[in-house]
Design a protein around this ligand. Structure first.
Ligand SMILES: C[S@@+](CC[C@H](N)C(=O)[O-])C[C@H]1O[C@@H](n2cnc3c(N)ncnc32)[C@H](O)[C@@H]1O
Length: 218
C-alpha cells in the first residue's frame, strides 16, 4: 500500500533502489513501509527520538506485516547509523534540525540522502554543498495546503548561488511549475504588504524582494 501523501510519494520517487534505508524522525513510519513495500528498499530502519511516535510506527509496521524487514530504533538523529545503510531519509523537520543531524553523523557509507525540510532549505543545501554532496534531483509538491521541496543528494561536488540554495538548483533550472506558482503567490503577498506599508524603508525593502523574485520567474 503506497502512502496517500503526495509529499511521501514524491520522496519515494526520488529514492533509488537500496539494500537498506534509514528513515530518521519516522513518526508514523509510512515512508519506510512504502520503501520496502514498493521494492525500493530491501530492508529499512525506522527511527525516532521519542517513544510515542515510534510506538505508532511499530503499530503500522506490524499491520503491514513487515516486522522482519523494518527495524525500529529509538535514537537521536543518526547515532544508530550502520554500514549496511545505503540511503537516509530525513523529512518533516526544520532545516536547521536536519543540518544538525547530518553534521553529527558519519555518512561515509551512505550513497543517497532524501531530505524534506519544512523550512530553511538554504541551510540544508548549504550544508550539502560544504560537505561533499551534490543534488541529483528535486521535487516540489503541494500537500494539504503546504508547499514542500524534496531533495535527493549523492556524494559529489556542487556550487550554488543564494537563490539556488533557497529554491533548488534543479527546480529553478527546470522552471518547475509548482515552484513558479509558489513564487508568484509570494510576489502577490509581498506586493500587498508593500501597498500597506507606511514606512518608506520598509516599502523599499519589499520592493527589492519583489524585484528579485520577479527576476527569478522571468
Ligand atoms: C513531523 S514528524 C515527520 C514525520 C515523517 N518523517 C514525515 O515526514 O511525515 C517529525 C518527527 O521527527 C522526530 N524527531 C525530532 N527530532 C528528532 C531527532 N533529533 N532525532 C530523531 N527524530 C527526531 C519527532 O519525534 C517526529 O516524530
Amino acid at each position: 500500500m503506497l502512502p496517500k501523501s503526495p509529499r511521501l510519494l514524491a520522496a519515494l520517487d526520488l529514492l533509488t533502489e537500496v539494500r537498506c534505508l534509514a528513515d530518521v524522525g519516522t513518526d508514523h513510519g509510512y515512508f519506510p513501509i512504502a520503501a520496502v513495500q514498493s521494492g525500493k528498499a530491501s530492508r529499512a530502519v525506522a527511527s525516532d527520538n521519542k517513544p510515542a511516535p515510534l510506538a505508532t510506527a511499530a503499530e503500522h509496521i506490524a499491520r503491514s506485516g513487515l516486522q522482519d524487514r523494518i527495524d525500529l530504533v529509538l535514537a537521536d538523529g543518526l547515532s544508530f547509523l550502520r554500514v549496511d545503510i545505503a540511503a537516509v531519509s530525513i523529512m518533516g523537520m526544520g532545516g536547521f534540525l536536519i543540518e544538525r543531524i547530518l553534521d553529527a553523523a558519519d555518512l561515509s557509507a551512505v550513497e543517497q540522502l532524501i531530505l524534506g525540510p519544512n523550512n530553511d532549505h538554504a541551510a540544508v543545501r548549504g550544508w550539502l554543498e560544504d560537505h561533499g554532496w551534490r543534488i541529483a534531483d528535486e521535487r516540489f509538491v503541494r500537500d494539504r495546503g503546504h508547499d514542500y521541496q524534496l531533495i535527493s543528494a549523492v556524494p559529489g561536488k556542487m556550487s550554488l548561488c543564494p537563490d539556488e540554495r533557497t529554491y533548488g538548483p534543479i527546480l529553478l533550472k527546470t522552471r518547475n511549475e509548482g515552484l513558479l506558482g509558489h513564487l508568484r503567490q509570494k510576489i502577490a503577498a509581498l506586493s500587498e504588504a508593500r501597498s500597506l506599508a507606511r514606512d518608506p524603508d520598509k516599502r523599499q525593502e519589499l520592493e527589492i524582494r519583489i524585484r528579485n523574485l520577479e527576476e527569478l520567474i522571468r
